[in-house]
Design a protein around this ligand. Sequence first.
Ligand SMILES: [Mg+2]
Length: 383
Amino acid sequence: MKIESIAVHPLSATTAVPLSTAHETFRTSHFILVEVTTDDGIKGYGKVHGEPMKTICDWILKFGDIIKGMDALGHAEVWEKLFLLTCPRPGGLQGSGGLPPPLPRSARPQIMAAIAGIDIALWDIKGKAANLPVYKLLGGARKSFFTYATGSYYRDNATIETYANEMASFVANGYRAVKAKCCWADMGEEVERIAAIREAIGKDTLFMLDMNAPYDVEECIRFAHAVAPYDIFWLEEPLHWYLQPSDYVKLAAASPIPLAHGERELTRFTMRDFITSGALRFAQFDSTRYAGFTEGLRVAHVAEQFNVRIAPHLSPEIHTHLCVAFPSASFAVETIGNKVRDVLGLGIYKNGPQVKNGEVHITDAPGFGMEIDWDFVNQYRAQ
Ligand SMILES: [Mg+2]
C-alpha cells in the first residue's frame, strides 16, 4: 500500500470574545485536518494545531511530494525521512538524493507540525488497513480514559466570581478534575482568584494550574507556596520559556506542588531531558502540535520508565488512544469542556469521542475512529 496524495483542510472559527492565557490572546479556534490517500483508496486523517496555518499547509504539501510512493504502513520510515531533512547531509546544499537542501531553522515549529499531521494520518491508515482502532493495535483494552476540563481564560471585565462559576460548571457537568489558566495578574490577585475557584469547585475536585511560563525560579517558588494551601494538583509550564531541565530541578526541589511540562517541546530529545531530570511528575507532549503520534509514543515509553505520568496536551480523539496503551503510566487526557474557547471542538467528527462523567469515551471504529463531517469542514474552512 503506497502513499498516493496528500490534501490539507485548514479550519478556523472566531471565538465569541477574545480569550487569553498569561502569554497570548486567542480570537479564533483553529486546526488543520490532513488527509493522506493511499493507492488502494484508504484515506487517513491527521489533525494538527499551529500557526501560521498557511505555512504549515505549504510544508505538508511539499512533504507530500517527497513521500509519494512510500509504504503507507511504514510510519517510522516516513517520519525519519522527513525529520532528517531538518539536518545537513553530504551534498545536501546541491539537493542530493533528489531531496531539498536542509530545511530552514526558522521554520522548525511549522515543519514539526507538518510532520505531525502526516504521521497521525498514517496511524489512521494503519488502523483502517488492519480494521482495528489504534489503541488496540497498541495493546490497549479500555474504551475510555480519565479527562479534565480547562477554563478560566482571561477575559476583559470578568470578575473573580465569573471564573469561579465557570470552573464550578465543569464539576456540575461531571468533571472530577479541572485546570485553570492563571498568572496574568500580580501574585496577590492570582492567589485570591485561585482561592475562590477552590471554594467553588469543592475540596474533592482535582485542581491544576496552567501558568503559561510566567516566572523565573525564585518567583515561582514564592507562587507555589502561596497557592499550596488550595490543594493544587500540578503547576503546568511554570517557568519562562528559556529555562531548562536544570532550572526545573531547582524548582521541583523547593515546590510543594508537582510540576507538569511538555506541550511546547518539539521532539522526544528535549522531552527526554525534562523527564530524566527527575523534575517533572507529568509529561504533556502534544503529538498534534509537533512530531506526531510516533513521537508521542516514544515520549510515553521514556516517561513510563522514569515514573512520570503521561498527560498529553489537547486532542482527546487522538491522545486517548495513546493513554489507554499505557494503562498505569497515563494520568489523563485534556478536554476543553466548553464551546466558548473551543468553538470547533469535536464537531468535525460525526462519531467523535463523548465526554461523560469525567471520562473520554472512544469508539471501536478503525484507526482513530474519525468519520469526517464534510459539511462542518466546508462551513469553517479557512481561506
Ligand atoms: Mg498548557
